[in-house]
Design a protein around this ligand. Structure first.
Ligand code: SAM
Length: 376
């Protein structure tokens, strides 16, 4: 495997030389630097001691947790032999000390303890029950096959950081796969990304509930064809029930009007879900992220504006895509800024949303949004 050195954040590390990222024997996607930036910022805000990067590939994510946060113990893991060899090289490039190797595991004791493991993530997590303060699942496709063991390996007040790249499934292109993997019915059309993200969270809430774990969403977003959620657990049956009560269903008619309801079973037909209808961010956590960003040099140029956009975003379920609405009602579409301003002038809250550059989040009723669109 021919290697080239790259830099990301505070790390310098080796990645396989490849024409296309999916051809490489060990996976590295520079676009995901934004995902890793926000993950590192999260670790800086929450200060976890033990961090697991369960699906590491080159090791870049775990290495960045080690270099750019105060975490004391970092575990990297991958099932691939080539990834394991590369992770060891990359750890030595970034941390002082010698590697001590034992079977399929290597340890580096320096300022921090770095553990590099070769094996199945489910096995590793099962062997480390309630051990990690922050557990990061960054798989190819769906994280569902790792979810149960992750929920046992993370501490009862720990945090799960989870990526899902199976957007086709969660956004309704493969509805049966969504039913099978997430036990939920996805929606197609302009609400599919937000609904997909909420289905992912909703499924995690349902899995967590049986362990008497409630879920708080610190931040959840959609970007570059993937979903990402940072979820903090709260221990206790009541906490689990409280989270479950935030699940419900979404309906949308031909006009584009949507309704949603927090309920265990849908009372009307043609419901989409179940899905999480609670907040997608925690204000205090977002404040922490913003503060951390002040003296943080993001590896991706879009990290800062993206966090700012999410911070400003009105946190209400679902949004109106002005282009989709205009199409549905044969209207000329006005500028988004003008639409937002007009809604605010009518006394409603309205902001941009990271889900779509042409959409608005607002607490205005559907009829009012349509009226504003017609008036511009
Ligand atoms: N987290 C990495 C990053 O930020 O660059 C990318 C990880 S890549 C998307 C997913 C990795 O999961 C691959 O390297 C693959 O070898 C590994 N993998 C797949 N199944 C696994 C399993 N059951 N246990 C451990 N690793 C696995």
């Amino acid at each position: 495997m021919e290697l080239v050195e790259v830099r990301e954040g505070s790390a310098r590390f080796l990645v396989p030389k490849a024409e296309r990222i999916y051809d490489a024997p060990v996976f590295y996607n520079p676009v995901m630097a934004l995902n890793r930036d926000i993950s590192v910022l999260t670790a800086r805000v929450l200060d976890p001691k033990r961090v697991l990067d369960a699906l590491s590939a080159t090791g870049i994510r775990g290495i960045r947790y080690g270099l750019e946060s105060h975490a004391e113990e970092i575990w990297l893991n991958d099932i691939s032999e080539e990834a394991y060899t590369l992770m060891k090289k990359n750890v030595l490039l970034n941390f002082e000390g010698e590697l001590y190797e034992e079977g399929d595991r290597s340890y580096l004791w320096g300022e921090k303890l770095v553990v590099i493991n070769k094996g199945d993530a489910n096995r590793l997590m099962a062997e480390n029950f309630r051990y990690f303060d922050l557990l990061d699942l960054d798989p190819f496709g769906s994280p569902m096959e790792f979810l149960d063991t992750a929920l046992r390996s993370v501490k009862r007040r720990g945090v799960l950081a989870v990526t899902a790249t199976d957007t086709g499934v969660l956004c309704g292109a493969y509805a049966r796969a969504c039913l099978k993997n997430y036990l939920a019915r996805p929606i197609r059309g302009e609400l599919c990304h937000e609904a997909g993200l909420r289905i992912l969270i909703g499924t995690i809430v349902r899995y967590a509930a049986k362990y008497d774990l409630g879920v708080e969403v610190l931040l959840a977003y959609y970007r570059d064809h993937y979903f990402r959620a940072f979820l903090r657990f709260r221990s206790g049956a009541k906490k689990a029930e409280k989270s479950l009560f935030r699940l419900g269903y979404l309906w949308q008619d031909e006009s584009g009007k949507f309704t949603y309801e927090e309920t265990f079973l849908p009372e009307k037909p043609k419901a989409f879900g179940p899905m999480w209808l609670g907040p997608l961010k925690d204000e205090e956590f977002m404040e922490g992220l913003t503060k951390e960003l002040e003296d943080f040099a993001p590896a991706h140029k879009k990290t800062r504006p993206f966090v700012e956009l999410m911070r400003e975003e009105l946190d209400v379920p679902f949004h109106y895509d002005t282009h989709a609405l205009a199409r549905r009602h044969n209207l000329q579409v006005g500028k988004l800024a003008g639409i937002i301003e007009a809604l605010r002038e009518r006394g409603y809250r309205a902001t941009k949303t990271h889900f779509s550059p042409t959409a608005v989040k607002t607490d205005a009723p559907f009829e009012e949004v349509l009226d504003v669109l017609k008036s511009l």
